[in-house]
Design a protein around this ligand. Structure first.
Ligand code: GUN
Length: 293
């Protein structure tokens, strides 16, 4: 079997176009302009690329968008004070602090200070709690899992009764992804570095979500024939075939072997990545709508 490629880039484009129309409507009807503030600390090149695309998407969606770029040696206190200021800024409906933060800053202290109703990343314990308690509609749902779920449902439809394996137990992707799949009535396994016989566990799954951050770790012969494979990984690896010092992006799935077994598969790049950004826009619109009543 050769898998159908899930075009996350195209689906994300459709979603952003819809959000732009909805935002325009909100602005015309209520004068509320969805506002997104993104904070980046330091000069990590990958983070800079992500943050720039978030800003571009916000402009495309007719949002008010601001970026705060702070030096790598910014104190925790200064960052907390900026978050506090944005919490009280009525023009801002969504606040995103790009991760990772430098080691001298306590990440959870910063994330927990963001007002839950402005927490468009969905990382605040209140939002985590709402999602795991089955109150998704009241929560802000983390963008990467929410985007991954849309792609999965787009190709499989109703997920009820399907077996799903999430490889990776991070707070950003693995755990919320499992909660979302459970809410869709999947039978969910979270696998991780201590899981015994990971290939056998993955082989049992109708849906595989790979979110471990290890390039090409999930092999084709781990995949059940016809399964839906969602690759969340974005890893830069050397690509000497492209010339000296060149690199390329790959996922956590070995695409070339997995595409021969899966029914559906997301590519990297062009799969989950663009969906993450589109869902950030969706969360910001939701946050703005909630303030408009
Ligand atoms: N760094 C990598 N992924 C993410 C994300 O989804 N949100 C934030 N804030 N930082 C990230």
């Amino acid at each position: 079997m050769t898998a159908t490629r899930i075009d996350g880039k195209a689906i994300a484009g459709e979603l952003r176009a819809k959000i732009a129309v909805e935002a325009e409507k909100l602005i015309n009807e209520t004068k509320v302009v969805p506002g997104l503030a993104v904070i980046i600390v330091g000069e990590d090149p990958a983070s800079q690329v992500y943050v720039a695309s978030k800003g571009r998407a916000a402009n495309e969606c007719n949002f008010h968008s601001v970026q705060h770029t702070l030096a790598v040696d910014t104190s925790e206190e200064a960052l907390l004070s900026l978050v506090d200021e944005l919490n009280n800024d009525i023009a801002i409906h969504g606040i995103l602090v790009q991760l990772p933060l430098p080691d001298h800053i306590d990440e959870s202290k910063v994330l927990n200070l963001i007002r839950p109703d402005k927490d468009v990343d969905g990382f605040h314990p209140i939002n985590v709690g709402l999602l795991t308690a089955g109150e998704r509609d009241k929560a802000m749902v983390p963008c990467t899992p929410a985007g991954s779920l849309i792609l999965t449902k787009r190709v499989l439809g109703d997920l009820s009764g399907k077996t799903a394996v999430v490889v990776g137990r991070s707070n950003i992707v693995g755990k919320p992804m499992a909660a979302l799949l459970l809410a869709e009535s999947c039978t969910v396994t979270i696998a991780h570095s201590r899981t015994k016989d990971l290939p056998a566990v993955v082989r049992g799954a109708d849906i595989v979500v790979a979110a471990v951050g290890r390039p090409q770790m999930v092999k084709g012969d781990w995949i059940k024939e016809g399964a839906c494979v969602i690759d969340v990984g974005i890893n830069r690896i050397p690509a000497p075939e492209r010339g000296e010092g060149k690199t390329r992006l790959v996922g956590d799935v070995d695409y070339d072997s997995a595409v021969e077994r899966a029914g559906f598969i997301t590519p990297v790049p062009g799969g989950v990545g663009p969906m993450t950004i589109a869902l950030l826009m969706a969360n910001t619109l939701t946050a703005a709508r909630r303030t408009a009543g």
